[in-house]
Design a protein around this ligand. Sequence first.
Ligand SMILES: CC(C)(COP(=O)(O)OP(=O)(O)OC[C@H]1O[C@@H](n2cnc3c(N)ncnc32)[C@H](O)[C@@H]1OP(=O)(O)O)[C@@H](O)C(=O)NCCC(=O)NCCS
Length: 172
Amino acid sequence: MTDIHILDADAARAAIADLCEILSDCINGGASVGFMLPFSPNDAVAYWHEIADAVAAGAIILAVAEHEGRIVGTVQVGLASKPNQPHRGDLMKLLVHRSARGLGLSRKLMAAVEEEAARRGRTLLVLDTATGSEAETIYPRFGWERVGVIPDYALWPQGGYCGTTLFYKRIG
Ligand SMILES: CC(C)(COP(=O)(O)OP(=O)(O)OC[C@H]1O[C@@H](n2cnc3c(N)ncnc32)[C@H](O)[C@@H]1OP(=O)(O)O)[C@@H](O)C(=O)NCCC(=O)NCCS
């Protein structure tokens, strides 16, 4: 049984322990999502408090996937605040715990957060993801358009440059 929830700030704060575990698991699994190894769940606490504050400020949409009573997946949309981009959002941090992959959770998370972004008046989403990662292969399956690659954009968590691939999707 899987449920997808869009969290308010209080629910986001209540979910921080699970969110820390998911982020840590993905980084330890090699995902390039902004952090370096070594990385433990405790390293993620400050990050998720910042995200909960951003949810409270209306700057981020935060969705989670609950599978068999446990939060095992998450994704965010940053709501661009520039006056000339009121229609745009940044898809970020699509993360599914390794124990729950291949169950269709990322597809459900993406659908939910895209619907919520459209409900909040967004018509264009953009994202970047590590070139050569598993994640890069899934976005076209969800209707996202591949724009291109920027080489040597970031580091893999264990070190070494990785490129980033840019995607966009019109929604709503
Ligand atoms: C990428 C990730 C979110 C996928 O999560 P998931 O819940 O296992 O994905 P799903 O089960 O919803 O599968 C989604 C689709 O991708 C396909 N897919 C999933 N994993 C795949 C893989 N390793 N290789 C190729 N295709 C894959 C599935 O077949 C499915 O396609 P379909 O719906 O058309 O049948 C997960 O692997 C992850 O958290 N990776 C580490 C974090 C990361 O890199 N996030 C991206 C940040 S931008």
